[in-house]
Design a protein around this ligand. Structure first.
Ligand code: 5RP
Length: 230
């Protein structure tokens, strides 16, 4: 997505923010635009506190003058704004190509409202069509989890960065599981989580309430349909 579109989506998400809110900050290049713009509003007098989902986002927020808090002080987040790698028509997501999936999921689950900002290229019919499914594991369990995922199919690989094994902010490894399109992502999310040694996966099912999609035609909003109790 062009930087302009990322910024457009981030600016649209600012409409969700009100004085006095506790705001969850996502991670990644699109979320970075949101943090930058939020910082500008704070410097103009907006009164919020924020909880970052990664060390990178924490640093950005601090540099922007955003007051930070913790889940200990504020266990209830009003709204979280984050990016995603894939969005399905049901508003389920794959996340974590930036490696912050676990903290992102904690922040999202602590939130009353989760707003996702993406470009139209991230919209897919089925999760797993384009992106791998990141799985964060404690280092001791990595071979065990790879073995388990291989038995289910697809190709699990330990993530590397700059020629070394990638280590998350939590001190864990990430397995990128190339599986292909998922028919039942919520089931797969539960199945992955049930493996001992797995901290969590980048499948975020039934978490987002609103997805703001930026495209060449402008902004489009996808709202999760909860009429069937989903
Ligand atoms: C990081 C994430 C990001 O939100 C996701 O990878 C999208 O990033 P970007 O906005 O840079 O495309 O889940 O863990």
């Amino acid at each position: 997505m062009s930087d302009d579109l990322k910024r457009l989506a981030a600016l649209a998400a600012l409409e969700e923010i009100r004085n006095g809110m506790v705001v969850g900050l996502g991670t990644g290049s699109t979320a970075a635009h949101f943090i930058r713009e939020l910082g500008a509003r704070v410097r103009d007098g907006l009164n919020i506190v924020a909880i970052p989902s990664s060390e990178a986002s924490r640093e950005m927020a601090e540099q922007g003058g955003i007051r930070l808090t913790t889940l200990g002080e504020h266990p209830h987040i009003n709204v979280t704004v984050d990016g995603a790698d894939e969005v399905s028509p049901q508003l389920d997501l794959t996340k974590g190509l930036g490696g912050a999936l676990v903290r992102e999921k904690v922040v999202a689950h602590a939130s009353e409202r989760v707003v996702i900002i993406v470009d139209e290229g991230k919209i897919v019919e089925k999760l797993g069509s384009r992106a791998v499914i990141p799985v964060e594991v404690v280092p001791f369990a990595v071979d065990f989890v790879i073995h388990r995922l291989s038995a289910w199919g697809g190709l699990p690989r330990v993530r590397e960065k700059d020629g070394k094994v990638f280590v998350s902010d939590n001190g864990n490894y990430v397995i990128d599981w190339k599986y292909g399109p998922l028919d039942q992502p919520a089931l797969v999310e539960k199945q992955i989580k049930s493996v001992t040694g797995v901290v969590d996966s980048g499948l975020f099912c039934q978490v987002a309430q609103l997805v703001i999609v930026a495209g060449s035609g402008g902004i489009r909003k996808m709202v999760r349909d909860t009429s069937y109790g989903i």
